[in-house]
Design a protein around this ligand. Structure first.
Ligand SMILES: NC(=O)c1ccc[n+]([C@@H]2O[C@H](COP(=O)([O-])OP(=O)(O)OC[C@H]3O[C@@H](n4cnc5c(N)ncnc54)[C@H](O)[C@@H]3O)[C@@H](O)[C@H]2O)c1
Length: 368
């Protein structure tokens, strides 16, 4: 697909969306649709200025408002829609299931209806989905065979038993997860994200609109809200380190995550827009490397010049937290030609420097 497309990004003022919009605006006409959710946007004016400077047009509206999303689609007449608008807090979703369903599920249905009515010529629609749809993900048993991981039980975890087990209680070993792994959402957030995938695939089945799905691992980097307590563990750690707090590490510290730098994720979306043929299969987007939360916390403390032992492994646990996450990114490499480029340590340094600038008091920033 050549340059010069008209692109509508829902959630385009958010962490990933705003960086994506600025990048795509160098080659395409880009509009974003976003309600500037207060939980995410502590300084919406700053985001608006950055988007305007990049030539990105902003439509302020709520995905749950049928007239607003219909007008955005009708006025923009996009060639491509990138659907990123969502409520994203795993823990918060347990307390607000109706709200999460309204934004993530009904909002996506309204977007699909708006496209069918007002943009029948839409060529591509790409969804920002999540590895959370897998729940615990892919595992093997001690004979090396794939084995189904059972959801972990609060009663076991309360006794310090955090490991993932098979159906008969046998210990399992995690392996990189790809879309061949059965889905088993372990939170309401994850359930609503899976429903987004199903809705969009069914809504455009047999139509000229191609649907692409990227299942993202933990995205981190400059620009992720330092104030939103519900997402972005590394941003939360950054704030806590700057404030001199001791980091609380859940479970036994051995929770594993696959952290992928936001610029690599932006490149994956851009490739979905610009590839001559967009992959129709679900693609997993991550670094392909797992790291324990204990280790990544130590490295981040180091990046910010804090003692690497200013942390505490608490044994606490949360509903919806899965134990291990590592992406099998071979399909993204084979079908999209995408591989991550930014090593974790370089990404952590970039995050640390950016967060330092954000946390500095205004007077210090003015004289900097
Ligand atoms: N960041 C990650 O680690 C990660 C991982 C997996 C998947 N994802 C997915 O990627 C997408 C973007 O995530 P992000 O990290 O940039 O989150 P974000 O919260 O920074 O961005 C989401 C944007 O959606 C907007 N939004 C929320 N509700 C809206 C509504 N009702 N109407 C219009 N706009 C609304 C918010 O204002 C925000 O700007 C989400 O769909 C998320 O599920 C993110």
């Amino acid at each position: 697909m050549v340059a010069g497309k008209t692109i509508l990004i829902t959630g385009g003022a958010g962490f990933i969306g705003s960086r994506l919009a600025v990048d795509l605006a160098t080659r395409h006409r880009v509009r974003v649709f976003d309600n500037f959710l207060a939980q995410v946007h502590s300084d919406p004016a700053c985001t608006r200025i950055a988007l305007a400077r990049a030539g990105v047009e902003v439509i302020t509206g709520d995905l749950r408002d049928p007239a607003a999303i219909a007008a955005a689609v009708a006025d923009t007449r996009p060639d491509v829609i990138l659907h990123l608008a969502a409520e994203t807090g795993t823990g918060q979703s347990f307390r607000q299931p109706t709200h999460y369903a309204q934004v993530n599920v009904i909002g996506t249905a309204l977007l699909a209806e708006a496209v069918r009515r007002h943009a029948p010529g839409l060529q591509r629609l790409v969804l920002a989905s999540t590895r959370a749809v897998y729940g615990e993900g892919a595992f093997i048993d001690d004979s090396g065979m794939r084995a189904r991981a059972m959801p972990r039980r609060a009663g076991d975890m309360a006794h310090g038993h955090f490991r993932v087990q098979g159906r008969d209680g046998q210990p399992l070993v995690p392996v990189p997860t790809d879309a061949d792994c059965p889905v088993a959402p372990a939170s309401i957030y994850a359930a609503t994200k899976l429903m987004q995938e199903h809705l969009l695939r069914q809504a455009f089945w047999g139509s000229a609109t191609q649907v692409g799905i990227l299942r993202l691992q933990n995205v981190y980097g400059p620009g992720q809200s330092l104030d939103n307590p519900y997402t972005g563990v590394l941003s939360i750690f950054c704030r806590q380190i700057h404030e001199g707090q001791t980091l609380s590490i859940y479970e036994d510290g051995q929770i594993t995550r696959d952290f992928v730098m936001v610029d690599d994720v932006v490149r994956a979306f851009a490739m979905m827009v610009e590839a001559p043929a967009m992959p129709q299969e679900i693609l997993d987007i991550g670094s392909g490397q797992g790291i324990t939360l204990l280790e990544v916390a130590r490295r981040l403390l180091g990046c910010l010049g804090a003692p690497r032992d200013r942390l505490q492994v608490t044994g606490a646990f949360r509903p919806g937290d899965i134990r291990h996450a590592v992406a099998d990114i071979s399909r993204a490499a084979a079908l999209l030609g995408w591989t991550p480029r930014i090593p974790l340590d370089a990404g952590l340094l970039a995050l640390a420097h950016w967060s330092g600038r954000q946390m500095r008091p205004p007077a210090a920033m003015a004289s900097a």
